[in-house]
Write a protein that binds this ligand. Structure first.
Ligand SMILES: NC(=O)CCC(=O)C(=O)O
Length: 265
């Protein structure tokens, strides 16, 4: 299986419309890949909070249209990163879109863990409540977005739902780059799954981005890693390695569920 991870630069000197056209062209260039992955909130930048409301789109908005067409032109499964979604009956959501090679929407995932504590995304957007997996011919994807990476229980839920390739679409800042790499490898090892993690390059809203998108195999080995700048990572991997790793080192079978809390003296 061939995956292409498009780590684009999100800078404010490019308009949203120009970036949409540029990214669609980059997706088309990945014809021949099975899966293409884009980062979180690449129209605005994940930290450009003041742009969320201005650039919010209905689910089937301009980014949806452009990415559906790019997926079908390239004939690839496309994780199109996330958009600020305007739900007509509710708040904004940070929503990831996955398209099939015929350009049909295969899944939409509303980010569950919103970043910012009592500011930013955490107050501007609503929280998703549903885990999302997507069955591809070669593997089952489990979807997650950026800050989700810090919550191992989300990934266990995805694995319980059949995920074998955990996709992380992110806008991770340079300041916490070491966490990004460490957590991506940890999620791969503990879940005996591939992790395909796509971040952004550039600087927006004064926040330098980490880049360093990464693909990790179920044994925790790094198969490919980007640098800090805009880059397309292309990697070939054998999805069957999930089953063999889980058979040969069956740690997931030793999970002890339903542990009791400590007794008070
Ligand atoms: N956009 C995000 O979710 C940022 C997450 C982050 O900066 C962190 O977890 O650290």
């Amino acid at each position: 299986m061939r995956a292409s991870v498009i780590q684009i630069a999100v800078n404010e000197d490019e308009s949203v419309e120009a970036r949409r056209r540029r990214v669609a062209a980059m997706v088309r260039e990945q014809a021949g890949s099975d899966l293409v992955v884009l980062p979180e909130l690449w129209t605005t930048g994940a930290f450009a909070y003041e742009a969320f409301g201005r650039e919010a789109e209905p689910l089937e908005g301009p980014t949806y249209e452009a990415m559906a067409k790019a997926a079908s032109d390239a004939g690839v499964w496309l994780h199109a990163g996330s958009v600020p979604e305007r739900d007509p009956d509710g708040p904004l959501y940070n929503t990831s879109l996955v398209f099939s090679p015929s350009g049909d929407l295969a899944a939409a995932y509303r980010k569950i863990h919103r970043f910012g504590f009592d500011k930013g995304e955490a107050v501007l957007m609503g929280a998703g409540t549903e885990l999302v997996t997507v069955r591809l011919p070669e593997t089952t994807l489990g979807l997650s977005t950026c800050y989700d990476l810090r919550f191992p229980e989300l990934f266990r839920g995805l694995v319980d739902a059949g995920a074998e390739t955990l996709v992380v679409s992110a806008g991770w800042p340079e300041r916490r780059r070491s966490h990004w790499t460490l957590l991506a490898q940890a999620r791969a090892v503990e879940n005996q799954a591939f992790v395909v993690a796509c971040g952004t390059a550039g600087t927006h809203a004064g926040v330098p981005q980490a880049g360093h998108s990464i693909v990790v195999d179920p044994w925790g080995e790094v198969l490919a890693r980007a640098g800090a700048d805009e880059e397309v990572l292309t990697v070939e991997f054998d999805p069957g390695k999930v089953a063999t790793t889980r058979e040969q080192f069956p740690a997931l079978k030793d999970r002890m569920l339903g542990l009791q809390p400590p007794r008070r003296p």
